[in-house]
Structure formats: C-alpha cells, structure tokens
Ligand binder design. Structure first.
Ligand code: COA
Length: 416
C-alpha cells in the first residue's frame, strides 16, 4: 500500500513523459569493479554490473529522480577497501518538478559498512596498502588454472573465522556483493561462532611483489545434531563475476567437502535453500568424489540404488542419501548405453520413479480431498492435477534432469 504522497508521486511519474526520463535501471546504473592497479579505475572493460538490485531498490529495480545515474562501488581487489560515488547529469527538484528523487545514496549506505571513501585519489592511495594484505585464516588447498591470456595462475583456499584479526570488517565488505548476485540474499551475524568461512584468493604479481585478490567465498553454519554430531550447512556461496566459469566454484566446494570429511563429529553436509546453479555444481563435485568408491563401480550401477552406496557415501564422504541418489543416477547414465532401447527404458523408469514421488503425494492428497471438498472445489483441484498434465510434467522434468546430468558427464570427461 502506498501513502497518499507516494501515490501522487507515482501518478505524476507515469503520466508525465518528462519525468519518465528520470527513471534509471539500477542494474545498469550500478558499476562494480575489483581494482588491482590505479589504471583499472578508468578502464571500463573491468566493470561489471549486478544481476539483481531488487532487495535495495524494489522489485522494479528502478531509481527515480535522476538522469544519467551512475553508482560506482569500486573495491580494492584484496582487502576490498571501497570507493563509493553517485553521479548523475540531472536530478528532479521538489521546487520545479514537485517530486522528490529517491535517496540512492542512503539506500546504498544501508548495505555497505562505514569506512568507505568517496574520493578517488584517497582510494588510489589505499591500493598501496594491498601489498600488506594477506589471506585470513589457515590455508586448506592450493591449485592452478591455466588461461590463454594470463598463463598459469595460482589460487588458494583458506578457512577463516571471526577471531582472525580484521576479518569481521573484511567480511562486511565482502557480503555486500551478495545483494547483487543472489536473488534472496541476506546478511549473516558473523559473531556467531558456529559460522565457518572459506575464502578463495588469487595470487598475482604487482611490481615484483606477490599480492592476493579476493575471488569468492562460502559461509557454512555448523548445526548441532543430537547427541554429539554436527551437520555443516552451506549458507551462501559466491564466486565474484569476473572469476565465474573458471572452475573456482568446484574447487571451493570440493575443498570444503574434504575439510568436513576429515572431522569425525560431522554427520553430513547439507545446504540451505540451494539454488539450481548450486545443485548443478554440487552434483558435479559429489560425482567426482564418489566415482572411485567400490559401491558405485560400473558393474553395480545397473543393480539399482543400494544400501551400500548410501552407507559408503555417508561414511566416507559425509554425503546424505538424497544427494547420493543423484550421484548414482549420473554415474548410471554414464555407464548406460542409451542407444540400447531396453537399457534406456530401464534407466528412464529408474529416474522417473524418483521424480514421481511428489506426484504420488499429490494423488494421495486428491484422494483425501475427495472426502471433504464440495464438488465445485473438487473440480478446480482435479483440473490442477489432471493426469495428462502430470504425465507431460514428469516427462519434462526427466528431460531437464538428464540434460543437466549429461553436462556434468561432459565436464567430467573434459577434466579427465
Ligand atoms: C554458482 C557459482 C558459485 C558457480 O561458481 P563458478 O566458479 O562459476 O563454477 P565453475 O566454474 O566451477 O562451474 C560453472 C560452469 O563453468 C563451467 N566451467 C568451469 N571451468 C571452465 C573452464 N575452464 N572453461 C569453460 N567453462 C568452465 C562449468 O562446466 C560449469 O558449467 P555448467 O554450469 O554448465 O555445468 C557462481 O557462478 C556464483 O557465485 N553465482 C552467483 C551466486 C550463486 O548463485 N550462488 C549459489 C547459490 S548461494
């Protein structure tokens, strides 16, 4: 619901074409950058933009009241010291246009921690401090990535917690990125000592010195399981956009898995409200980890999803039953000759059996409803659960699942 004032403002804004020019798409207006060298500040090729800004600017992702709005949030590549600037070519005024511009600066200030600068020269001098920036916490894993342009680059994954000096403030700067790249992001209370933080850094050279740039991170909450176990739950994972699609997400998730596997008190590893991208990444990593286990050997796969698989995945890799089931389906697809009609049908039935679970539940609900609904209500429910539609939906889910599985199999083959 809008107040009277807001309604009037909205009406003026939609009615007047002149005022419509003062509307800016906030995903375009916000420019983000990770700065290593002073010349990066004016180099547009290193700028990237949010995927989402609805949590800050509302569902329309629009800021009203400015022409040529530019919101710059530039970060020093390592410790993420921040330069924050708002620029525009013109702004509506209450006296002339009878409307008020959105408080863009105030909205951004609500999500970025204090301590940023608004002065580019100050920001450039802060870059000199980057030589003193060292990754927080303990080193878990080092790996290299080969790229055509940059040659061989080295990355490190560290485990940190809030007791690491300077980490709390660094994390407050880092988590601002969540708002722009995770649809339903929320900030966490890092002071709760059950949070573990896993950070990825790239080593790079600047004037003969080795410096560290922030690549991405993951937060994990250690839930307690009665009587003496924990269940680490992945909460947020973000690989910063300039580094996406280079394998860092897979490296990070695998390193985190291996870390928790080494702790006897860990029961299994879960995730909070996982996104589709996260599930794809997890499937890939878990298949990579499970493919060498005896219970998942090629000759066992066609016998079905077994208790041995569940136990081995749980005991050796802290993988829960639901995730192990997907691993089994992927490995079985890889081992199945899908040009053989009988084998292909067997496989399809096997996956559909799992996918059919929720539909069967629907049918049970329908049966219950029949007993207590009035006829007209029943008709509306029946149409929602029409068998033909269910059949089509099931086929579509199956096709989608198999397509994702095939991509994972291709990725595994390309890494082999
Ligand atoms: C989801 C996310 C964590 C994945 O991280 P990532 O580092 O991009 O992941 P990877 O590079 O390991 O894999 C991503 C894709 O890149 C591909 N890829 C990996 N290395 C590659 C390479 N060297 N060359 C080409 N493609 C490559 C993978 O095959 C994979 O493709 P697929 O999705 O079709 O399977 C990251 O994209 C992200 O942070 N997204 C925004 C936030 C988010 O969604 N977080 C998850 C939920 S909280």
């Amino acid at each position: 619901l809008h107040s009277q004032g807001e309604m009037e403002q909205l009406l003026t804004y939609f009615v007047s074409p002149k005022l419509a020019e003062y509307k800016c798409d906030t995903n375009e207006a916000i420019s983000l950058k990770l700065v290593r060298f002073p010349e990066d500040v004016d180099d547009d090729s290193t700028t990237f933009h949010p995927e989402y800004s609805h949590q800050v600017f509302g569902d329309d992702e629009v800021a009203f009241g400015y022409k040529g709005l530019q919101i710059q949030l530039f970060y020093a590549a390592g410790n993420l010291s921040t330069l924050f600037k708002v620029k525009y070519t013109s702004k509506v005024t209450e006296t002339f246009d009878c409307v008020e511009a959105d408080d863009v600066e105030g909205k951004i200030r609500e999500i970025i921690p204090a301590g940023f600068t608004c002065n580019t020269d100050d920001f450039i001098s802060l870059l000199e401090k980057e030589a003193n920036f060292k990754p927080f916490g303990t080193l878990l894993h080092t790996y290299t990535v080969h790229s055509e342009e940059a040659g061989e680059l080295t990355y490190q994954i560290h485990k940190a917690d809030v007791t690491c000096p300077g980490f709390r403030e660094y994390h407050e700067r880092l988590q601002t990125f969540l708002m722009w790249f995770i649809e339903t992001a929320s900030f966490i209370d890092a002071d709760d000592d059950r949070w573990d933080f896993f950070l990825v850094f790239e080593k790079y050279n600047k004037d003969g010195e080795t410096l560290y740039a922030t690549v991405g991170y993951m937060t994990v909450y250690n839930y307690y399981v009665y009587p003496d176990k924990t269940r680490p739950r992945v909460s947020q994972m973000l690989i910063l956009p300039p580094f996406q699609g280079e394998g860092h997400g897979a490296q990070l998730l695998e390193a985190v898995h291996r870390f928790y596997c080494s702790l006897p008190k860990v029961q299994d590893i879960t995730a909070e409200d996982p996104s589709e991208n996260y599930v794809k990444l997890r499937d890939y990593v878990l298949v990579k980890l499970c493919q060498g286990l005896p219970s998942f050997a090629a000759d066992k796969l066609h016998l079905g999803f077994s208790a041995d698989m569940i136990k081995e995945a749980q005991d050796k890799l802290k993988i829960n039953k639901k995730h192990a089931r997907r691993v089994y389906e992927i490995l079985r697809l890889r081992a199945t000759d899908m040009s053989d009609e009988d084998k292909a049908r067997e496989y399809r039935l096997e996956v559909k059996k799992r996918l059919f679970g929720p539909y069967r539940k629907n049918q049970r609900e329908l049966a219950k409803m029949r007993k207590c609904l009035r006829p007209e209500e029943l008709v509306s429910h029946m149409s929602q659960m029409d068998t033909q539609t269910q059949h089509e939906e099931l086929e579509k889910s199956y096709q989608d699942v198999v397509e994702d599985y095939r991509r994972i199999i291709e990725r595994l083959a390309s890494q082999a």
